[in-house]
Design a protein around this ligand. Sequence first.
Ligand code: NOJ
Length: 559
Amino acid sequence: MTQNLAGTARPTAAVATPAGAGRGWWRDAVIYQVYPRSFADANGDGMGDLPGVRSRLPYLRDLGVDAVWLSPFYASPQADAGYDVADYRAVDPMFGTLLDADALIRDAHELGLRIIVDLVPNHSSDQHEWFQRALREGPGSPLRERYHFRPGKGEQGELPPNDWESIFGGPAWTRTTDPDGTPGDWYLHLFAPEQPDFNWDSPAVADEFRSILRFWLDMGVDGFRIDVAHGLVKAPGLPDLGTGDQLKLLGSDVMPFFDQDGVHQIYRAWRRILDEYPGQRIAVAEAWTPTVERTAHYVRPDELHQAFNFQYLGTYWDAAELRTVIDSSLAAMRPVGAPATWVLSNHDVTRHVTRFANPPGQGTQMRSPGDRELGLRRARAATLLMLALPGSAYVYQGEELGLPEVTDLPDEVRQDPSFFRASGQDGFRDGCRVPIPWSGTAAPYGFGPHEGGPSWLPQPAEWAGLSVAAQSGDPASTLELYRSALRIRRELSALGAGDELEWLPAPAGVLAFRRGSLVCLVNTTGEPVAHPTEGRLLLGSGPVEPGLLAPDSTSWWAV
Ligand code: NOJ
């Protein structure tokens, strides 16, 4: 199934290396997440694709980001929107071809943008050749060693081998049928049944992933986002947890299937491969761990480069809580010398405009639109706070347009697998995956080439007013706020650098800090707060009056 590029040789990484390579470009990079299904649809079939992404690269360059992370575009039956990979070296026809990926990487480099691709090493698709052969060949097949096949418990093996629960709901095990038609062993899947977990004790699995890394590094990618980086190694013997409702424990306890110390050996081997390549290739861990201190283990100097800061993402719009998580994030990364990262949204959580439009304490998935104006005001302020912090920041496509979550998608259009499995994650992830609006007054708002053409999820009518075209040139728009903030961040190169931040005295509900020649003032309360402002105003998330911080606002001052 592996696609080959037309012509004889695979392209090499002989493409222009973007600027900033000398000083660890990733330490303060702003990285933009593209969700390929929903970014831009070049062929008009309603599904975004790589040629679509390629056509919009100049937009991303002009926005002012440093790198683009693409969620998976590999050959996949799409049981989990591409996080179920059937062939790690092929592009799914719905997204294009390997040639399209090659052209995208080259164009990005010419524009000075880096490309990070998603790597999904915890599990494959059940349609992956290895898993299919393991099923076909039955018990005793050496291919079964590459996954976790186990006999069931109970007299007839009718009970799952242990009590682990799937993140998407239900048991983490599915029973197979042997080639002779009788019920057989069970296999482990921490996510959907269509996503069998690899057995990382198998040398064949480790070899294969080192080879996959090289394949994409040879294609010229600048890095990888490692999906479920905390899940690859399971505790020996796959011990029972002894309790139900396991999802609730994820954030607080070390589980026998997550954050096991053995994962670090894998990342040390990967780091050696990344370091063999020129141009500072990086890896960022999607590692859900109980504490920022444990997250720091993934970014020790001989492991990965960055890890997502989910503790930050999960923090509400509250000055005291924000200050605590900022301090603890910086403190946790300092001993390992890795940059802190900051993120407000991604393809798995309710967009932060909507999170901040709702009262606190509801987690990161919600169905209520809340107070949209309040949410947008806070989201804009949260962006200026995030972009003033030392380290690297992640921007999820559409947040620069101030897009809210689509909370009223009809159930029949939903595709999130966890929506269909009882008692798993809430399963409302489709609401942040709606194709983004580029232009025009009728759906798909420039997402696809034809007015009135399809989009795989319906877009709300009011998105006409939120399109890139509608916001461009309007100084009050969220898009122009992002453009200005990113331009200033580039000009003041000290802004993202280092790991120090000087807190200034501030009343309750207000954050004030200094980074070099910039002072950032954040009012998280719903009331105006009198506070001394000094220097020259660089940028404000809302109206700014000297000496007075507007409700739910952030301002940047040159001092
Ligand atoms: C994390 C990804 O971000 C999410 O979308 C996916 O469902 C799971 N990992 C499983 O791959």
